[in-house]
Write a protein that binds this ligand. Structure first.
Ligand SMILES: C[S@@+](CC[C@H](N)C(=O)[O-])C[C@H]1O[C@@H](n2cnc3c(N)ncnc32)[C@H](O)[C@@H]1O
Length: 438
C-alpha cells in the first residue's frame, strides 16, 4: 500500500477491490503495524479488519492527507465558534437518541437525574443540551486559556449558563493528582455529597494529532476516569469518549467499565462518524467500596507511572500493573461485540467520504457496503470460513495478555514478512506507508 497505488484509484469500487486484495493476499501489510495485543482483535473481527485497511488507503490519498494536515494545524489552538457549540449539542442529542433506542429507560434516567459533572466542558454543547432538556444542575471543568495544552477556551456561552452551571478552569490531570486549586469537593456549589448522577468525560478527543504526545492523551483519559469514578453516585451514568482501537490501555479501561456498570454501550454520533473515538455510555454504577478502591488504586498507579516514566509517543505502552481482566477470550468477545457497531459506522462514514473525494469532492451517493459483506469470501480465500475465528497469522504471540507481548524478534520477523508483501503486491520499495497510524 503506497501513495502511487492509491493515486490510481478512480472509483470507490477500486478501493473495495484493494481492501479485498490486501486481506486476501497480504494481511501482513496491516498486521505488521499492530501490536501483539491488537492482533487477536484483528483476527476476531471482520469489521475491524476492513476498517483498518480502509483507513490506511484513505490516509494515503493525497487530498485526504492534505485536508487532515490542515485541520490538525487549525485545531492546534483556537477559539471555539458558535458552530462548534451547536455541533457538540447535536452530538449529545444523538448520543441520547441512539442510547434511548437501545435502552428505552435512558431518557427517564436523565429526566430524573439532578446533578452532572462535565470534564472538558468547553465550548459547552453537551452542557447546553442538558440544561435545556433536563432539570439538572451542572459543574464543568475545562482548561484555562493560558494552559500549555492546546484546547478550546471558555466562551461567554458557558458563563451564560449560570446559575445552573458553574465552570472551573482547571486541568483534569491536576485534579486527578490531588492538585486542584479552585474546587473543594466538599463545599463547592452544585457538588452533591452523594456524587453526580451523570459524569461526562470528553476532554481528550480534541487534542490535535501531533500537538501533544499520545501518551499525554492516554494520561488524560485515565485522569478523567479517576475523577469520574471518584465522584459518580451509586446508580450513576458515565459518558466517556474513548479511542476505538483495541490498544492495551483501551481494553484496560473497558475492563474497568464492564466491572463497574450494569451496561456499557458504544455510540458514534453522525457528525463525528469519521473520527477514531466513540462515546462509551455506561449506566448504573454498581461497584461496591472494595471494587471501587481496587479500580481507583489501579488507575492511580497508572497515573503515577505516567508521572515518573518518560514514555515515547506510542499507542501501546506496556502499562504497569495490568488488571487480570484484560487477558483472555471473554474480554476479546466483549470488546468485539461492543465496538463492532461503531467500527462499522466509522467504516461507512470514511467510505462515503472517500467516494466523494474520488469524485472530486462531489456529494455522490455511496451505496452502503457492510464491512462483513465481502469478508466471508475474503476469509474463505485465506483459509477461514468462520468470521469469528482468526483470519490472519502473525509470527507473533497471539496472546491478548500484555505481559506476553512481542519480543523484538517478532517485530523484525513481521517487518520482513511485510516487505515481502509490499514487493508482491506493488513491487515498490518498503517504507512508503510506514508512518504510524491510528
Ligand atoms: C471535545 S472538547 C469538549 C466538548 C464539550 N463536551 C462540549 O460539549 O462542548 C474538549 C475540551 O476539553 C478541554 N480539555 C482538554 N484537556 C483538558 C484537561 N487536561 N483538563 C481540562 N480540560 C481539558 C479542551 O480545552 C476542550 O475545551
Amino acid at each position: 500500500m503506497d501513495r502511487d497505488t492509491v493515486s490510481r484509484f478512480k472509483t470507490i469500487a477500486d478501493v473495495d477491490a484493494q481492501i479485498d486484495s490486501v486481506l486476501n493476499d497480504s494481511p501482513i501489510l496491516i498486521t505488521s503495524k499492530l501490536s501483539n495485543f491488537e492482533l487477536p482483535f484483528f483476527n476476531a473481527s471482520p469489521a475491524l479488519r476492513r476498517l483498518l485497511v480502509l483507513k490506511e488507503l484513505y490516509r494515503l490519498h493525497d487530498t485526504v492527507d492534505r485536508t487532515y494536515t490542515e485541520l490538525a494545524r487549525l485545531n492546534r489552538s483556537r477559539t471555539a465558534t458558535p458552530s462548534d457549540l451547536e455541533d457538540f449539542k447535536k452530538a449529545f442529542q444523538e448520543i441520547v437518541k441512539i442510547t434511548t433506542n437501545r435502552y428505552p429507560a435512558f431518557r427517564l434516567v436523565l429526566d430524573q437525574a439532578r446533578h452532572f459533572l462535565d470534564l472538558g466542558c468547553a465550548p459547552g454543547g453537551f452542557a447546553t443540551w442538558l440544561l435545556q432538556n433536563t432539570l439538572m444542575h451542572g459543574v464543568g471543568i475545562t482548561l484555562p486559556p493560558s494552559a500549555s495544552i492546546p484546547g478550546i477556551s471558555v466562551q461567554g456561552s458557558l458563563q451564560s449558563l449560570a446559575p445552573r452551571f458553574s465552570v472551573y478552569e482547571e486541568d483534569v490531570c491536576s485534579i486527578a493528582r490531588g492538585q486542584s486549586t479552585s474546587i473543594n469537593w466538599d463545599t463547592t456549589e452544585h457538588i452533591p455529597p452523594a456524587g453526580f448522577d451523570l459524569v461526562i468525560a470528553n476532554a481528550a478527543i480534541m487534542l490535535a494529532e501531533g500537538a501533544v504526545p499520545r501518551t499525554k492523551k492516554i494520561d488524560l483519559v485515565y485522569a478523567q476516569l479517576l475523577v469520574a469514578l471518584e465522584h459518580i453516585a451509586a446508580g450513576g451514568t458515565l459518558v466517556l469518549s474513548l479511542w476505538m482501537r483495541p490498544f492495551d490501555w483501551v481494553i484496560d479501561i473497558i475492563a474497568i467499565l464492564r466491572d463497574s456498570f450494569d451496561s456499557v454501550y458504544a455510540v458514534k454520533p453522525r457528525y463525528q462518524a469519521k473520527t477514531s473515538f466513540a462515546y462509551i455510555v455506561c449506566q448504573s454504577y454498581k461497584a461496591n467500596a472494595d471494587v471501587k478502591h481496587l479500580h481507583l488504586d489501579h488507575i492511580r498507579a497508572i497515573i503515577c507511572y505516567f508521572n515518573r516514566t518518560a514514555i515515547g509517543d506510542v499507542d501501546t505502552i506496556a502499562l504497569p500493573h495490568p488488571s487480570e481482566a484484560v487477558a483472555g477470550q471473554a474480554i476479546l468477545t466483549y470488546v468485539v461485540e461492543l465496538f463492532t457497531p461503531v467500527w462499522e459506522r466509522q467504516y461507512d462514514a470514511i467510505r462515503s467520504n472517500y467516494d466523494r473525494v474520488l469524485q472530486g469532492h462531489g456529494s455522490g451517493a455511496c451505496p452502503r457496503v457492510h464491512p462483513n459483506q465481502r469478508s466471508e469470501s475474503t476469509l474463505a480465500r485465506i483459509g477461514n470460513k468462520n468470521p469469528q475465528m482468526p483470519a490472519a497469522r502473525s509470527t507473533a504471540d497471539h496472546s491478548s495478555d500484555w505481559r506476553s507481548r512481542s519480543a523484538q524478534r517478532d517485530v523484525t520477523q513481521r517487518q520482513e514478512e511485510k516487505n515481502i508483501g509490499y514487493k508482491k503486491l506493488f513491487n515498490t520499495p518498503k517504507g512508503a506507508s510506514d508512518r504510524q497510524w491510528r
